[in-house]
Design a protein around this ligand. Sequence first.
Ligand SMILES: O=C(O)C(=O)C[C@]1(C(=O)O)C=C[C@@H](O)C=C1
Length: 405
Amino acid sequence: MALKCVALLGWRSEYEYSWWNRNKPSKSNLAPVTIRWFSRQRSINSVQGGKVAATHNHGRKFHKDLTSLPKPLTVADLSVTLDDSSKVRISFKGMLGSYSEDAALKAYPKCETVPCDEFEDAFKAVELWLAEKAVLPIENSSGGSIHRNYDLLLRHRLHIVGEVQLPVNLCLLALPGVRIEQLKRVLSHPQALAVSDIFLCKLGVPRENVDDTGFAAQYVASNGLRDAAAVASIRAAEVYGLNVLAEKIQDDSDNITRFLVLARDPIIPRTDKPFKATFLFHPYNLELLYVPSRVPSFEYNISSFQTSIVFTLEEGPGILFKALAVFALRDINLTKIESRPQRKRPLRVVDDSNTGAARYFDYLFYIDFEASMAEPRAQNALGHLQVWFLVFNYAYFGCCYAIDF
Ligand SMILES: O=C(O)C(=O)C[C@]1(C(=O)O)C=C[C@@H](O)C=C1
């Protein structure tokens, strides 16, 4: 029975490292850069002026005044070099005041946040050295996984280097002087609206989806809407000069979003022993990436590490069970299992003795386990999978990240 594992989220190949270093801007060619829209805006008073087409809302387009507000980054903007002396820049999807920005500030309180239009732009900002790290939501305790980011992890070769768990306390925000009875609509990110369902049902006004909670607050404020409210954070209220009409409006009082911190280079766990060789395959073209032979740095404590792997399995009874057994046999705790369709090869055909050929969806399995790649038990578990790879055409990939900050 064949196992085929393809997903690799972490170490970069020696080939790739040399390619990367060749293309990395040297200090000498780094020009100091002021990226106007990266600086944080604290007040709505200065929001006036030109119009910018913005978020879709069920086919309708919002227009917002943005002249002096920081502009979200788009792919077209990603053409500037970084000043090496600047403080750490963290890209995120959304407007200032969004929960993703809160997560970035929780991880790096003195960082400069880099708002981006799309998740893809936040990845690219790091790849193009416009930001040092990206902070992206991966899972919410009420709403579940954010699948888009699972898919993007495979499309981009960034490394998971941290995790931020952020309590998301949703608030109802409106312009000063506006009373709750005056509201005719509520705007927010679909996830924020969905997890505030009980409160919003009682409120009984139509809900409108926008790209993120920060944008909802900014839109209400900059358009002077007296019949609309935003579901967003207390910090968004401060940023855009709104009043908090109600706090903690989410259905479940513990509403937590888990964010990943991504960087160009991996974190290597501290250990006295050299890191064992690992085969890495790029998920789409199965190109062999890297066989590391030593630990380049010793910065982080082993006990706070998790490792993420992703792989595909051929069909057959108990295959996933057998793959996961390599962890169970070594008392390694699994903290998350997620499956996603194989977009490049959605269906596979198998022989079925009863019905002839059967077609099944093919999946990628993402697994987080509670051990560091520097620990012998993790090395042995992954080595065990590697043996399966040799015997059953199985390969794996891992990366480590610190839990929370
Ligand atoms: O809209 C925001 O504020 C975001 O940061 C996005 C996002 C999400 O993508 O799930 C993040 C956390 C909240 O749970 C709601 C929305």
